[in-house]
Design a protein around this ligand. Structure first.
Ligand SMILES: Cc1cc2nc3c(=O)[nH]c(=O)nc-3n(C[C@H](O)[C@H](O)[C@H](O)COP(=O)(O)O)c2cc1C
Length: 461
């Protein structure tokens, strides 16, 4: 998935959905692979900006928020918060207000935003301007992962085109009294920049570290420049034009009724065809792997799965019929104390085959979170490095029997939101669940001289 800055991404073709319960047609990724799909004229020729026109000409801002709320769209960035509720809450707080689009997408295993921006940047602008109309916002900011220079350039070009057509600027599509400006900012190259309050700190020119809540971003004092702010993920906003155009009922009828709609799944790991697949929210793990991602490499059995990239609890590979969606994976029986919800994150599914050494995988994941902890909260700053030290020792064959209990103890002590943001919980999710599921494998590393070779070069000792 390496991307050379300036080179267009060649996304995997999303699959259509044979055998799906509804006549299924991708909407978010429909333009993937289409020549000139980023061009505004191509977007308009596909019905683009019709939803914005419909909203401006036939709906009040409250109507727009209502249709989004009725659609039951929940945020695609990870927390799964109802989008209509967020918009309505922001609109109730005093102006000026801001819209911030979270395009940071820095977690290994997640790349749907990147593909979507590359294929169809105007769909994002369309959703953003509709949000601005609904919440009475005049200024939107897109914060895009710093390394994604290509995506930044794609967005800048799209914004320029939208100004030229009068879709952005002092009077959107000629609508008297409704003007919107949109700016893009490149991120500061850290995973924490995707956490919404750290993101706003970074946008304001400070070091990206989470803020204390309350006040929440939608409130005075909590959002961008201290003003009430809607923070939404790229994919969340790309759903909005389709909801306005086709109605709440259409959207609510797709996939799991508890968190409906189309979803840009990204799947990687031990599968034959890693890539992005747009499918109804709630598709089974089995279908994702075997119907879409080409099955397992070398026909291995599925040993385990990270359902929401690295930050979620690891699931065993023995139940492939589990629906992959926000609602299922955050409620019992997938709410597993003391670590809480398994989690679905942004839907970046990483599959581990039986050839994989889970101790090495978990050590590697722990390395990511230890490096990316911003250092503001003690349990996360200290705990992630303690976990990594012990895991490296265990994985290299130098572990002591008591290390496993100590590791479990450290993980349990970080868990449960003892930190300002969820990064601390993210860090313990794979470790805690990994110990629960693969205790024997951990023990084998401790009791036998292990041939394990670490994935990280700096891991020796
Ligand atoms: C450490 C950390 C990293 C995050 N990274 C992202 C990210 O890259 N993109 C994103 O949309 N949300 C990310 N989130 C979640 C955001 O804080 C926020 O919930 C989300 O942007 C809200 O948008 P939504 O309601 O449309 O999902 C992250 C959260 C944490 C704790």
């Amino acid at each position: 998935m390496a991307q050379t800055p300036g080179q267009p991404i060649q996304p995997a073709q999303p699959q259509r959905g044979p055998g799906l319960p509804v006549p299924w047609e991708p909407v978010l990724s429909a333009a993937v692979g289409r020549p000139n799909s980023r061009d505004i004229d191509d977007y308009i020729s596909r019905g683009g900006y019709d939803a914005l026109k419909k909203a401006l000409e036939t709906m009040t801002p409250q109507d727009v928020t209502k249709v989004v709320a009725d659609s039951k769209l929940v945020g695609r960035g990870g927390a799964g918060f109802p989008t209509g509720v967020k918009w309505g809450g922001t609109a109730r707080n005093p102006a000026p207000r801001y819209l911030v689009v979270n395009a940071d997408e820095s977690e290994p295993g997640t790349f749907g935003n990147r593909y979507a921006i590359d294929a169809d940047p105007h769909m994002l602008l369309d959703g953003m301007i509709i949000c601005c109309y609904a919440v009475d916002i005049q200024q939107g900011h897109i914060y895009i992962r710093g390394e994604n220079l290509h995506g930044f350039e794609v967005l800048e070009a799209a914004i320029t085109q939208a100004y030229q057509k009068g879709i952005l600027g002092p009077s959107v599509m000629g609508k008297e009294g409704f003007g919107v400006d949109i700016y893009v900012t490149r991120g500061a190259g850290a995973y924490i920049c995707g956490e919404e309050t750290a993101l706003m700190e970074s946008l304001e020119g400070r070091r990206a570290q989470p803020r204390i809540r309350p006040p929440f971003p939608i409130e005075v004092g909590g959002g961008l420049f201290g003003r009430p702010t809607v923070v939404n993920n790229v994919e969340t906003l790309m759903n909005v034009p389709h909801i306005v155009e086709r109605g709440a009922e259409w959207f609510a009828g797709i996939g799991n009724p508890a968190c409906p709609g189309p979803k840009l799944y990204t799947i990687s790991g031990s599968v034959n065809k890693p890539g992005m697949y747009e499918l109804p929210m709630g598709v089974s793990l089995r279908d994702l792997i075997y119907k879409y991602a080409g099955g397992m490499q070398r026909d291995q059995k599925v040993k385990a799965v990270s359902p929401g990239a690295l930050a979620c609890q690891i699931l065993p590979g023995d139940n492939l019929d589990i629906p992959m969606d926000t609602a299922t994976l955050t409620r019992p029986p997938y709410f597993i104390p003391p670590f809480g919800p398994v989690g679905f994150g942004a839907g970046g599914i990483v599959v581990y085959g039986e050839e994989v050494d889970m101790v090495q995988i978990i050590t590697n994941i722990a390395g990511f979170f230890a490096r990316e902890s911003c250092g503001k909260c003690v349990p996360c700053r200290e705990g992630t490095h303690w976990m990594l030290d012990m895991l490296r020792r265990i994985a290299s064959g130098a572990g002591r029997p008591k290390d496993l209990e100590v590791l479990r103890d450290v993980a349990t002590n970080i868990a449960g939101r003892k930190t300002l943001c969820a990064l601390g919980d993210f860090a313990v999710n794979p470790v805690g669940s990994g110990l629960r599921l693969f205790w024997d494998e951990f023990e084998a590393h401790v009791t036998k001289s292990s041939p394990a070779r670490l994935l990280e070069p700096a891991a020796a000792g």
